[in-house]
Write a protein that binds this ligand. Structure first.
Ligand code: DMJ
Length: 675
């Protein structure tokens, strides 16, 4: 059979060449008579030029002229829209000495919680909340130069088709060591030149952010839906108080409790929710328990991630909202007790710490840690350093992020689920998800970048690249409704499986877009939140299961969402409500409030236990018997109800998203800004 390869082999290869005759001197070079003097080199070039044919010279001259014209054109057209970034690499920017130059975006304080009316039906008697307008607040992104989108612009109306990730990847290829510009249409991001240079002095501990506001804005009255959230919270709290006070979780059916760490998990997780909801009495009672009964000097193993996001995060945010130093003292205590987790060969922390003994260890069956766990403790430890002036907390967690940034084994920014604490390398390569074990890695890339004043470019790069990875490998559309969903990839095989946990993503994407990232992200957020809502709406109880599988092929009588028997449970998780909150804040589209309202009603219908508390259920597909599990997770009070309350609020200053960043357990922490 005749083939092109055979033909190529038969005929001698054709070569294009320019013949150059060597002069005696040049011949001498070949013979070893090389003379590197300037005069010799000049002479030699001139001779070579003269030896070229007229055609050859014309071609070269034309090329030079062409390049010069191109240079002039590109200089004039790009000069307007591109800013050269003269800062050093982001690595340099992330030194610990940078922190002293940072201050709170807002000497933020919410008003002391007012007493909500004990009469649940008597909403109008409640005094309205008075969120103060902090003085000299810098509104909008703090140290970005954002062009185009105004602060109050509804991002959903933007039509930005720029290719951010491609630009980032391209820029990275061109500049391996020094990244100077991250830019895309609609937003040019550059470091704030007014940022104080990092100081090498040991920083002073930060003051609490609870400073009285100078001018008060008009109070925004609590509306009926918010009141319904307050009522739900009180009902949950009633069960906890009666049957589980000071214990980790309420078991509302058996009217008892379960212990995980034995640290009053629900109570601590709920502190800032009570503050935000204005439940003064409940807050004061809980504060008393913290003051008198919360003791960390206990021979108990805790999970580093869970205790960081729930306990450390909860204490820090409560300290910021209330200004009460009790919570900072407790935060310092638990923070110090968690530090032994970082004593590993690779500095990738172990999953578990004994907070009484000061020892840490991985799970019994492996020396791996979960990637999401080791990369989602940074907001809290960084804030603890800022507040205490002790850099060791930030240093430990920053080191983890820097290390993960350099690791191989990623797939277009997507990370595997496990990392080894000895080698520091990813393990179980080839499986990529935005669900369990990887989810909050992506969330914390963006949120750390926001927390730190949008200067840590490596975090932003990793985030942008990962979202491109999601688009490239994990996005699909379901049938029949064409819902955009995020599936999983296992060794090259796509699975149409999506955890409810992934529903954090629309909110995170929207937060990024609000902070100046490409409007493409907002469009994706809009598509994904619709999908997350459908994960509730297409189910018999109107509550989402833990995991869904989407139909990729239209089949008569089949919905988009399929549920496997093992995945039918609902743990009262917050992710969809969380994203609804962000979407409403940034778009003002009331449909997001309405969707959240439906969800709250279904929680009330199927998970509320009459004697107090709410329960996880085993079967979202059976409205006549959803099979209560007899457990109320602490995040129902820490997150789900808090995000519901915020979703139904029209007060953008009730946890202003330009001043606070929520940790992955819904505890708001202040955004740092330059002095
Ligand atoms: C919470 O502890 C946090 O939101 C975490 O990021 C994921 N799991 C639960 C809620 O689903």
């Amino acid at each position: 059979m005749y083939s092109a390869a055979a033909a190529a082999a038969a005929s001698p290869p054709r070569r294009d060449f320019i013949s150059v005759t060597l002069s005696p001197e040049e011949a001498a070079v070949g013979a070893g008579g090389y003379n590197n003097s300037k005069a010799w080199r000049r002479r030699s070039c001139w001779r070579k030029w003269k030896q070229l044919s007229r055609l050859q010279r014309s071609v070269i001259l034309f090329l030079f002229a062409f390049l010069a014209v191109c240079g002039v054109i590109s200089y004039t057209s790009m000069g307007e829209s591109w800013k050269a970034l003269t800062s050093k690499s982001s690595d340099d920017q992330r030194t610990e000495s940078e922190i002293p130059g940072l201050k709170l975006a807002n000497p933020a304080v919410l008003p002391a919680p007012w007493k909500a009316d004990a009469n649940l039906g008597n909403y109008p008697e409640l005094s309205p909340q008075k969120p103060p307008k902090p003085p000299h607040v810098r509104r909008g992104p703090s140290n970005l130069q954002i062009k185009a989108p105004r602060k109050d612009m509804r991002l959903k109306n933007q039509h930005d088709t720029s290719r951010v990730a491609e630009e980032l990847v391209q820029a990275d290829k061109e500049e391996k060591t020094e990244k100077s510009v991250i830019s895309w249409r609609g937003a040019v991001i550059e470091p704030d030149q007014s940022t104080e240079p990092p100081s090498s002095k040991k920083k002073e501990p930060e003051k609490p952010s609870s400073v009285e506001a100078e001018d008060q804005k008009e109070p925004v009255p609590i509306n009926d839906r918010q009141m319904a959230v307050i009522e739900a919270f009180r009902h949950a709290w009633k069960g906890y108080k009666e049957f589980a006070w000071g214990h980790d979780e309420l078991k509302p059916l058996s009217k008892s409790y379960s212990e995980w760490f034995g640290l009053g998990l629900t109570l601590i997780d709920a502190l800032d929710t009570m503050w935000i909801l204005g439940l003064k009495e409940e807050f004061e009672e809980a504060r008393k328990w913290v003051a008198n009964n919360l003791v960390f000097d206990k021979n108990v193993d805790v999970n580093l991630f869970e205790s960081t996001i729930r306990i450390l995060g909860g204490l820090l945010s409560t300290y910021h909202l209330s200004g009460d130093s009790l919570f900072l003292e407790k935060a310092k205590d638990i923070g110090n007790r968690l530090m032994p987790a970082f004593r590993t060969p690779s500095k990738i922390p172990y999953s578990d710490v004994n907070i009484g003994r000061g020892t840490a260890h991985p799970p019994r069956w492996t020396s791996d840690s979960t990637v999401a766990e080791v990369t989602s403790i940074q907001l809290e430890f960084r804030e603890l350093s800022r507040l205490t002036g002790d850099q060791k907390f930030q240093k430990a967690v920053d080191e983890v992020m820097k290390h993960v940034h350099t690791l191989s084994g990623k797939n277009d920014g997507l990370v595997p689920m496990f990392i080894n604490t000895n080698s520091g390398q990813f393990t179980h390569l080839g499986v990529y998800t935005l669900g369990a074990r990887a989810d909050s890695y992506y969330e914390y890339l963006l949120k750390q970048w926001i927390q730190g004043g949008k200067k840590e470019n490596e975090l932003l790069e990793d985030y942008m690249r990962a979202i491109e990875g999601v688009k490239q490998h994990l996005l699909q559309r379901s049938q029949p409704k064409q819902l955009t969903f995020v599936g999983e990839l296992a060794h090259g095989h796509f699975s149409a499986k999506m955890d409810h946990l992934v529903c954090f993503l629309p909110g995170t994407l929207a937060l990024g877009a609000h902070n100046g990232l490409t409007a493409d992200h907002m469009k994706l957020a809009e598509a994904l939140i619709e999908t997350c809502y459908q994960m509730y709406a297409q189910v018999e109880t109107g509550l989402s299961p833990e995991i869904v599988h989407f139909n990729l092929h239209a089949q008569k009588g089949h919905k988009d969402v399929e549920i496997k028997p093992a995945d039918r449970h609902n743990l009262l998780r917050p992710e969809t409500v969380e994203s609804l909150f962000y979407m409403y804040r940034f778009t003002g589209d009331k449909k997001y409030q309405d969707w959240g309202w439906e969800i709250l009603q279904n929680f009330n219908k199927y998970t509320r236990v009459p004697t107090g508390g709410y329960t996880s259920i085993n079967n979202v597909q059976n409205p006549s018997n959803p099979e209560p599990r007899d457990k109320m997770e602490s995040f129902f009070l820490g997150e789900t109800l808090k995000y519901m309350f915020l979703l139904f609020s029209d007060d953008v200053d009730l946890i202003n998203l330009d001043k606070y960043v929520f940790n992955t357990e819904a505890h708001p922490l202040p955004i740092w800004v330059p002095a």
